[in-house]
Design a binder for this molecule. Structure first.
Ligand SMILES: Nc1ncnc2c1ncn2[C@@H]1O[C@H](COP(=O)(O)OP(=O)(O)OP(=O)(O)O)[C@@H](O)[C@H]1O
Ligand SMILES: [Mg+2]
Length: 490
């Protein structure tokens, strides 16, 4: 606070007023003067005053009378009484009535200034304290306003919100969460999480977050079912001021309707695929009959047309089979028969099958196997995995590329890798390539024909075998698909 202290000198003697004015302005104070109590009140009414120097004996309105008024109306302004030697008693009396201090006439400069400085300091301190108090009140008000705003937003949200502390107790939840979880009774915070959500996979995720197994800006999305509703839960760490994990935040979205629609769409596609397959198989057989000349000899041109028709039917049947595979995977009916399966043998067969195609496209196909033990799997499914991954690797690599398949036993798991030196996949595309029908638009691979079902099938098969698949890729450098499958342990 750099503002100057403003002192009002009230004395009927001009000499005193002038002397005070000179000394005080010399010390950096601002000074106003008044000849009597009446004039002083006028000044007080118009200007801000920080300190009053008050003579007691004055005409019109005496110092004592003025003091009575200032001690109630201007209680925050310290008053220093100016008094002659004979009237010290009266000065003491005045202090009882609220004056801050007194100085005796004739003034001695130093004690006079010390008294003034002390009073000025007191005034400054009081002002500062008041300012702090006002600021404090304002901050508290802002904080409360912000809190109630936040509360309103959270309570009105259609999505469920659940915040837990480090002990996995729910410390904040909103009405939407209660509605989604179909809980009607009130829940006191903190409440054990099992009182609200009893989902093992979500609890596991939250524990991972609390153990710091995820990065601070990572959020984990998963689907959970309440029996009636299907919810998408997105969980992330709640961070303290020092960035340590102090709890978890989960947002839950109701995707029941979306799931139902998705199911309807899948059922529809499945039905159409089924209905198309039988007539197509018949047409294909008829074409074969024609081609083999069993219905009479065909001219060269006729043979060519029928052959082309048969090829089109073959790719249509392939698409239909893929669609039916996806539907089976989604219904959990894909993996039919699991037997101890030798992955090495399947790789050899695939390489033999794909080699001519790779060579045709100027691509070298190699493989390596190490420490293999059998896995519990459906061999047809495993073939399907390699078929898709290897044909992708060949399709999405330019001439001169290198495709490597490797399988390596690693304790309880078998690691399978399909690597290529192809066009690669941009980071923003990576999370989407396992989605049904998703294909990356890339000028270099526009000519590749496909439906975008291959990787969806691969992922479905791997997961049905309790394995995992991930992908690493660099644009124009190449791509690695890495699968871990559990092996049969004795
Ligand atoms: N090895 C790879 N290198 C570069 N891009 C790839 C690779 N594998 C897959 N992709 C990209 O991922 C997309 C999805 O692959 P996916 O196998 O699911 O479908 P597809 O090959 O387009 O069609 P299909 O259903 O006939 O296999 C591809 O369109 C391609 O853009
Ligand atoms: Mg493919």
């Amino acid at each position: 606070m750099d503002e100057k202290i403003r002192i009002l000198v009230v004395d009927d003697e001009k000499v005193v007023r002038n002397a005070c004015h000179r000394v005080l302005t010399g010390k950096g104070y601002e000074v106003a003067t008044a000849e009597n109590g009446q004039q002083a009140l006028e000044v007080l009414g118009q200007e801000t005053v920080d300190l009053i120097l008050l003579d007691l004996k004055m005409p019109v309105m005496s110092g004592e009378e003025l003091l009575e008024i200032t001690s109630t109306k201007y209680a925050h302004i310290p008053v220093i009484i100016i008094t002659g030697h004979g009237t010290v008693d009266t000065a003491v009396e005045c202090m009882k009535k609220g004056a801050y201090d007194f100085i005796t006439k004739p003034f001695q400069i130093d004690p006079f200034l010390i008294t003034i400085t002390r009073a000025a300091e007191k005034r400054k301190l009081e002002q500062k304290a008041r300012q702090f108090e006002e600021e404090n009140i304002r901050n508290l008000y802002d904080l409360n306003l912000e809190k109630s705003r936040l509360k309103t937003i959270i309570n009105r949200m259609a999505n469920g919100i659940m915040v837990t502390n480090r002990n996995l107790e729910v410390v904040l939840h909103n009405p939407a969460l209660m509605r989604l979880m179909e809980i009607s009774e009130g829940i006191q915070s903190p409440a054990p999480i099992s009182k609200i959500i009893n989902d093992e996979s979500l609890t596991k995720t939250l524990k991972q977050i609390l153990n710091g197994e995820t990065s601070e800006d990572e959020s984990i999305s998963q689907e959970i079912s309440t029996g009636i509703n299907v919810l998408k839960a997105i969980s992330a760490p709640a961070l303290g001021p020092d960035k340590s994990v102090v709890g978890t935040v989960t947002v839950l979205e109701d995707i029941t309707a979306f799931k139902q629609l998705d199911q309807m769409k899948s059922d529809f596609v499945n039905m159409v695929a089924h209905e198309l397959r039988s007539p197509l198989v018949s047409i294909r057989q008829l074409n074969s009959v024609l081609l083999e000349g069993l219905a009479g000899p065909l001219e060269e041109k006729q043979q060519d047309f029928v052959n082309r028709g048969k090829n089109k039917i073959d790719s249509l049947l392939e698409l239909i089979n893929d669609l039916l595979d996806v539907a089976k995977i989604e219904a959990g009916q894909y993996v039919q028969r699991q037997v101890p399966t030798d992955i090495g043998k399947i790789i050899e067969e695939i390489v033999a099958l794909m080699e001519p195609r790779a060579r045709e496209q100027g691509i070298t196909l190699t493989f390596s196997c190490q420490d293999l033990t059998p896995v519990h799997a459906d061999p047809k499914n495993i073939e399907e995995i390699f078929n898709n991954l290897v044909s992708n690797a060949i399709n999405y690599s330019p001439e001169g590329g290198q495709v490597t398949i490797s399988a390596r036993g690693q304790g309880e798991y078998m690691e399978i890798k399909v690597e290529d030196t192809g066009v690669g996949i941009a980071p923003e595309e990576l999370p989407k390539i396992f989605d049904k029908f998703y294909r990356v638009k890339h000028p270099k691979t526009r000519q590749v024909i496909g439906t975008g079902l291959g990787l969806a099938i691969v992922k479905g098969v791997v997961e049905a075998h309790h394995g995992t698949i991930d992908v690493e890729s660099a644009v124009d450098k190449g791509t690695i698909f890495r699968i871990l499958l559990p092996v049969i342990t004795k």
